[in-house]
Design a protein around this ligand. Structure first.
Ligand SMILES: Cc1cc2nc3c(=O)[nH]c(=O)nc-3n(C[C@H](O)[C@H](O)[C@H](O)COP(=O)(O)OP(=O)(O)OC[C@H]3O[C@@H](n4cnc5c(N)ncnc54)[C@H](O)[C@@H]3O)c2cc1C
Length: 591
């Protein structure tokens, strides 16, 4: 489990740099599919380098909040972003609150935003509980848990709707801070002056801790009106006038929202407010557009040919075996305990330390809609009746026509288009292809399909193909490989029978590399015998655990699936001649 950094320490350090940064709020979606989509967005939004991500807590402190904790756990463990967990006191007793906080400690989440919470709209107001106000919760946490948590509280630049105005709210905020809060996140607002005046009042009142402004780009007209009304927010005249002009055109409202928000953020930054806290509403585009306008986050170019780990500790990682290029989650799960990536190199000691796919891996999958996924898979697989039906299905996967390919969680890469016809044909001939890359001889690193690593360089790749095939096919391919010096081959059966051809002494073969101005050559993808041995277990297990159970008992399809799992070989081939090689055509000729 990821050790979560305390936000207070990071905030103070970051604010000292006087450079703008952001943090992102998400809320737990109602459905599993929504959660799945949210994870994909969070992953993409990691390129904005958020200092932390916070996850809201359901109104009224309902039991539904296990999904909030699940999401926080994934953000912390998988995306390695420090999490700020919202917790509301409404309706909770000291005992029930202790359970929540103990759970957070067990998840190593060390940051909480302590709130009173509002009554859930659909149920009766539940005021019974030990925490009448957020301050009671702050006191309780400090008394019982000492410094175990970094504590944030809410502030209201325009006053809270129940309070007698901003001055009263500032006094209450001061008491919350005096009781032990470390930082403040504010309610949203649409005018930088409102926030700047609030900051002045807070500082005058003696509140010295960091106060992050709550920012929300206007995404849609009706939604904006609803939020502004329910939170009692002032809508500046110019904003109201512009929205009136654009309200019938969703795209224009969104564009205006991005511009208005960018302008407001620039004003906040000019006034020395470097930390911007975005209420994302689980939406990506507007927040990303604002961040880009402000020059926040990393470049959009692919940094490496595979999706990099979002963890700070793994930023130096530059090399991975190609076998997991389409399965980043299981790779990260297996290597989660590796905390050292010296110079980003694939060290000799690495492969034997591959771990099992632990809880960390399952966690990310647990909210996915498994029943639906299985139903869809059954539709695709359970009617297959001949070996050739299996070949055709793999051909469809290679063509990108069928979703949910068990051997790839990322889908088909754009570069595969160059070799799709050959892949389909090879599948029809009985090679069940699961991974491939075309050869590339010095394309610009900015190439939209093959490029990675930034603008100033050239990229190269050796042709690579990985597939399951029968012993008969392996025999033919092996004799071809043995006669062709430029081709290296590794093959394993599930039971461990092994064959190979033309592997050099060194066990690592770099198959993707890039040459960049003024840098060492980077070789991000390799083929390596020892890690292939680990990967083949994972690849064969998919037949036993995910495919064979899809077929009815005693069906022909089930028998074929079992036969493939037991008798086929998993093979990888590299054509080392990346200038003149013709791997796929050669295979088509000999089969
Ligand atoms: C950044 C942010 C995140 C939020 N996240 C969530 C969330 O995840 N889930 C959720 O349900 N809600 C959330 N809310 C909404 C919040 O729970 C409500 O606004 C709630 O009404 C007030 O919570 P609070 O923590 O500010 O309460 P408090 O600080 O307790 O204030 C509540 C009201 O009581 C007044 N008050 C405070 N102390 C006293 C006192 N001693 N005597 C009399 N009056 C007092 C305050 O002025 C205020 O009007 C969030 C709000 C913000 C700004």
């Amino acid at each position: 489990m990821q050790e979560n950094n305390k936000i207070t320490d990071m905030l103070l350090k970051k604010l000292d740099t006087k450079k703008p940064f952001l943090s992102l709020e998400y809320f737990p979606p109602k459905t599993d599919t929504g959660t799945h989509n949210l994870f994909a967005r969070i992953e993409k939004m990691t390129r904005l380098n958020p200092l932390f991500a916070d996850v809201t807590w359901g109104a009224g402190g309902s039991n539904k909040n296990s999904s909030s904790l699940d999401i926080s756990e994934v953000i912390s463990d998988y995306f390695r972003i420090p999490v700020l967990q919202h917790v509301t006191g409404r309706g909770e007793t000291k005992e029930s609150m202790s359970k929540i906080l103990d759970k957070l400690i067990s998840l190593k989440i060390k940051n909480v935003l302590l709130l009173r919470g509002d009554a859930p709209s659909s149920t009766q107001d539940n005021d019974s509980g030990d925490f009448a106000y957020a301050i009671d919760l702050v006191r309780f946490v400090r008394e019982k848990y000492g410094d175990a948590f970094s504590i944030g509280v809410a502030g209201y630049p325009e006053g809270h709707f129940e309070s007698g105005g901003v001055s009263e709210c500032v006094q209450h905020l001061k008491r919350k801070v005096d009781a032990g809060a470390d930082f403040v996140l504010t309610q949203i607002f649409f005018d930088a002056n409102i926030f700047n005046q609030f900051i002045d009042r807070c500082r005058t009142a003696g509140i010295v801790c960091p106060i992050l402004p709550g920012i929300m780009p206007i995404h849609a007209y009706q939604r904006f009106l609803k939020i502004a009304k329910s939170c009692n927010l002032a809508v500046p005249n110019n904003v109201a006038e512009n929205l009136e002009k654009y309200k019938k055109n969703d795209a224009l409202v969104k564009e205006y929202g991005i511009n208005q928000c960018t302008e407001m953020c620039n004003r906040l930054i000019e006034s020395g407010n470097y930390g911007l806290h975005f209420y994302t509403l689980n939406l990506q585009t507007s927040v990303e557009a604002v961040a880009q306008n402000l020059g926040l986050g990393s470049e959009k170019d692919r940094a490496l040919p595979w999706s990099a780990c979002t963890s700070q500790v793994r930023k130096k990682e530059e090399v991975r075996p190609i076998f997991w290029s389409n399965n980043p989650q299981s790779y990260l799960a297996r290597t989660n305990d590796w905390d050292d990536f010296p110079n980003g190199r694939w060290g000799d000691s690495r492969s034997p330390t591959f771990g099992a796919m632990n809880r960390y891996y399952n966690l990310r999958g647990k909210t996915f809609n498994k029943a639906k996924k299985e139903e869809k898979r059954k539709e695709q697989w359970s009617n297959l009746k001949t070996e050739h039906d299996f070949f055709s299905l793999f051909g469809r996967f290679a063509a990108g026509e069928a979703e949910d390919f068990p051997w790839s969680t990322t889908g088909i890469h754009a570069e595969t288009i160059d070799i799709t016809p050959e892949l389909i044909e090879l599948n029809h001939k009985g090679l069940l292809t699961i991974n491939s890359q075309p050869q590339v001889n010095g394309l610009r690193s900015s190439d939209p399909i093959f490029g990675w690593g930034g603008q100033d360089g050239y990229v190269y790749q050796k042709a690579y193909l990985e597939f399951f095939c029968s012993a008969k096919h392996l025999k033919t391919i092996l004799s071809f490989a043995k006669n062709k010096k430029s081709v290296s081959l590794n093959a394993y059966s599930a039971s461990g029978l092994q064959f190979e051809a033309n592997n050099q002494e060194s066990r690592v073969n770099a198959i993707t590399w890039g040459v960049f101005y003024g840098k060492e050559i980077i070789q991000p993808t390799i083929v390596d015998k020892a890690s292939f041995k680990i990967w083949k277990n994972e690849a064969f297990e998919k037949w036993d655990q995910e495919i064979t159970p899809l077929f009815p008992e005693d069906s022909i399809g089930k028998a074929i699936s079992e036969k493939i799992a037991a008798e086929y070989f998993l093979v990888n081939i590299v054509e080392n001649d990346y200038v003149q090689g013709s791997l796929l055509q050669d295979l088509l000729e000999i089969l």
